[in-house]
Design a protein around this ligand. Structure first.
Ligand SMILES: [Zn+2]
Length: 542
């Protein structure tokens, strides 16, 4: 009874006829969908225009044109050609690798049977798309050569950016799980009887969709999307073909669409590669948007937290020409400091524990785990800084100035008030409140789980204070004194927002503070006394 994708159904504007859907991800219809998208992208997306024959990566796999062709690793000087890049999960199953001892064998030929299912599928797709070259990290970087790993991994961002298409093996946890396969029954369209308003019963076809919260969207994209390192590959690729568990999703710098013609719901985690191309207008907002999607992903090693975003940081730096400080930009520092852990988007109300190893000082977001939220940059309601940055430094040990940090400090000058932080249940973020009067306490966003801290002589004598909780710490309900530094202010004429960073004395270093959370207030009330006291500012070192 219904026909024509996109034709609205009277009275039911949110419903529409179901598009084509295949029960297998390698059906002719799926390949037709990809071909159509490639054609549209080439013909009508100026933003996606790129050099169609870029310089090939240093090493790349030649796969020939058909299943009879020899597959071999080729080392290039200056050859230009179209190539495909693969984004995949290594998982616990180690894929076939190129090492110093296997390099010459790989250059002569690579047996089909020696390739993992994921690599075989990627080659099948590339051959169907008539692309003869494919870049796969484990084959194209010599895995037991530190020098080769360092030079080649630093070029990985360019390799993904220049690839004709990135194949994202989203549904494969590891190399043994093919992504060209029969789809699970649960994703197939089903028919239901539906009673219309006039009493007529018609047959309706529907297909399951996951919800559109950030956590659900990422889950829908599969295990690959959750990996922190892969995030950078998604952001930088020009065109990505996501082989998700339920459907094929096309993503380029201009559009995101799925094979049944529906727009994948919610763009929270999708459209990453569109974001960088939009960053010319407002690079800081772009950086924050990207970090929000990065922060929900998992990293095998905590120490990768900053290195895994370094390629994007470098590109943002080219736009803002600013100083990078462990994930924050010096030129926008007061606003950058107003990050908070976003317990709503991540669907979790349990604060995380502090990372076991040192990642950053307490003022950058990298010092804690969890989904992040940032202050929106709204021209109607601009953010005004209320602090002066006296001094700031971060020490980077390696050659990559966007990489790991071993130390850092920040000295700010601004209004500070003392108040109490209260917590009924340290494992429940919503039970953390600030304010002396129980009637007018505000909720605060803790950076991680907090716990009462031992009182040191000379600091808060007679009072207890708090610290960020680590593994094996036993956190109990508390009420303690902390400092609140007014950092920024927004006023659109109707409503007002005041941002304050909550600080506790550092246990290890005297006269130094650690950040424990952020508070967003709807008035200056707390700071009025300090404001009236001749605007006396305090220097805060943390
Ligand atoms: Zn495009």
């Amino acid at each position: 009874m219904l026909s024509g994708i996109g034709t609205p159904i009277p009275d039911l504007p949110t419903l529409r006829p179901l598009g084509k859907y295949s029960s297998r991800s390698d059906s002719d219809e799926c390949f037709q969908f990809i071909q159509n998208k490639i054609q549209q992208c080439a013909e009508s997306h100026p933003k996606c225009a790129q050099n169609t024959t870029p310089l090939l990566p240093k090493r790349v796999v030649n796969i020939g044109t058909n299943s009879e062709s020899t597959i071999k690793l080729v080392e290039h000087g200056n050859v230009s050609a179209k190539y495909i890049a693969l984004s995949h999960c290594w998982g616990t199953h180690q894929p076939i690798k190129t090492t110093t001892s296997t390099l010459s064998q790989m250059k002569s030929s690579i047996a089909w049977e020696s390739l993992s299912k994921v690599f075989q599928d990627a080659i099948t797709v590339a051959r169907r798309l008539e692309v003869e070259w494919i870049w796969i990290d484990s084959l194209c970087i010599i895995q037991d050569s530190k020098a080769d790993w360092e030079t080649e991994s630093s070029k990985m961002c360019d390799y993904y950016e220049n690839a004709y298409i990135t194949i994202s093996a989203s549904s494969s946890n590891n190399g043994t799980i093919p992504f060209l396969r029969e789809r699970d029954q649960q994703w197939l369209p089903e028919k239901f009887p539906f009673t219309c308003s006039d009493g007529k019963v018609v047959e309706v076809q529907a297909r399951r969709h996951r919800g559109s919260s950030m956590a659900q969207l990422l889950e829908n994209l599969g295990p690959l999307a959750l990996r922190g390192w892969v995030w950078q590959e998604s952001v930088l690729s020009t065109r990505i073909l996501h082989y998700t568990e339920s459907e094929l999703i096309w993503e380029c710098k201009t559009e995101v669409s799925s094979e049944d013609g529906a727009k994948p719901r919610g763009f929270y985690s999708m459209g990453l590669c569109q974001k960088v191309s939009k960053s010319e207008k407002d690079p800081y907002s772009c950086w924050h948007d990207l970090l929000e999607s990065y922060s929900v992903r998992k990293l095998t090693f905590e120490s990768d937290k900053l290195p895994a975003v370094s390629g994007i940081a470098k590109r943002i730096q080219e736009r803002v020409k600013g100083t990078y400080l462990a994930g924050l930009w010096k030129e926008n520092l007061p606003m950058e400091l107003c990050w908070s852990v976003d317990y709503v988007s991540s669907n979790s109300s349990t604060p995380n524990l502090l990372p076991e190893s040192y990642i950053a000082p307490s003022w950058p977001w990298a010092s804690v785990h969890g989904a992040l939220g940032f202050v929106d940059r709204d021209p109607e309601c601009p953010f005004e800084s209320c602090v002066t940055v006296v001094d700031v430094q971060c020490s980077v040990p390696g050659l990559n100035k966007f990489g790991e940090v071993i130390d850092g400090y920040l000295i700010l000058k601004g209004l500070v008030v003392q108040l109490s932080v209260n917590c009924r249940d340290p494992e429940e973020c919503w039970t953390y409140t600030v304010g002396d009067d129980p009637e007018t306490r505000d909720t605060m966003t803790p950076d991680c789980m907090l716990m009462e801290s031992e009182i040191r002589k000379g600091v808060h004598v007679g009072d207890s204070t708090v610290k960020r909780a680590r593994k094996d710490d036993v956190a109990v309900p508390f009420s303690a004194r902390v400092s609140c530094l007014r950092v920024g202010h927004e006023d659109d004429g109707e409503s007002e927002f005041v941002y304050g960073i909550l600080l506790a004395p550092c246990e290890a270093v005297e006269d130094t503070h650690i950040r424990i959370g952020l508070v967003q207030l709807d008035s200056e009330e707390w700071f009025e006394e300090a404001l009236n006291a001749l605007l006396k500012s305090s220097k805060i070192h943390f």
